[in-house]
Design a protein around this ligand. Sequence first.
Ligand SMILES: NC(=O)c1ccc[n+]([C@@H]2O[C@H](COP(=O)([O-])OP(=O)(O)OC[C@H]3O[C@@H](n4cnc5c(N)ncnc54)[C@H](O)[C@@H]3O)[C@@H](O)[C@H]2O)c1
Length: 257
Amino acid sequence: MTGQVSGALDGKVALITGAAGNIGHATAKLLASRGDRIVAVEHPKADCSALEESFSGSDDFLLLSADVSKEEDVKAYVDAAVERFGRIDIFFNNAGIEGAQASIPDYPTAEFEKIFGVNVLGVFLGLKYVLPVMREQKSGSVINTSSIAGLIGSANMSGYIMSKHAVLGLTRTAALEAADYGVRVNSIHPGFVDSRMLTDIVHNLGAPDTSPFADMVPVKRLASLDDIARAVAFLASDESSYMTGHPLVVDGGLTVS
Ligand SMILES: NC(=O)c1ccc[n+]([C@@H]2O[C@H](COP(=O)([O-])OP(=O)(O)OC[C@H]3O[C@@H](n4cnc5c(N)ncnc54)[C@H](O)[C@@H]3O)[C@@H](O)[C@H]2O)c1
């Protein structure tokens, strides 16, 4: 079947939140193609059909339903992952939402709370329940998804910008704590990715399409989903064994100047 993946070469267990989304799905496929077993976590209301299609018939795949902003759901997805595969080697703490696009006076307070619930509390809770598993193992690699929005400001994106800056702060703090027991925690900071999220943001900001955004990037193109997945795979692997607390920027040079 086209796009179907199978693996189990090294058998590492990779837990991925937001796994049916653009970046999560691409990363799940790449890690599986390199031999990892995949635990995919998605919101109960998300359409997981394409993800399920990619992994249909695989024994090395588990799909779990959870709202990452609810503590009981996070505890349950971590427990279920450990029950099925016995360990968690890689945690791609990735689920996120873009929230509203509006200036601060017009930014709905309810949106602020919603975006913080997913992008900040969700990432924190993932760390809170996965790190003890990795501490017990004395090994593991965590990759939190921030954004270039975690490094710079952007008009009309206050909720998202604040939430992604918070992810970087959490990453640095978790890295310091987890270094004591041999676990690495890094963050990934994608720029403009050819994705549903960017297309919707561009539309809501009033631009006709993403081409002006691609022109802003020094390398003159948007990031592909695989550009991001490969960077996550690098942080997940032992090839990055001396990196922790690191914000890995994957933006085609957008934030260099
Ligand atoms: N697309 C981009 O241009 C871009 C750039 C920088 C950073 N990011 C970040 O990358 C991550 C993935 O984004 P994407 O582009 O794949 O977007 P996406 O919308 O395709 O995927 C996000 C996934 O998260 C899931 N999700 C949302 N709320 C959830 C919740 N409460 N519980 C469980 N799952 C939930 C969604 O169902 C969705 O499948 C996000 O954190 C996003 O902020 C994206």
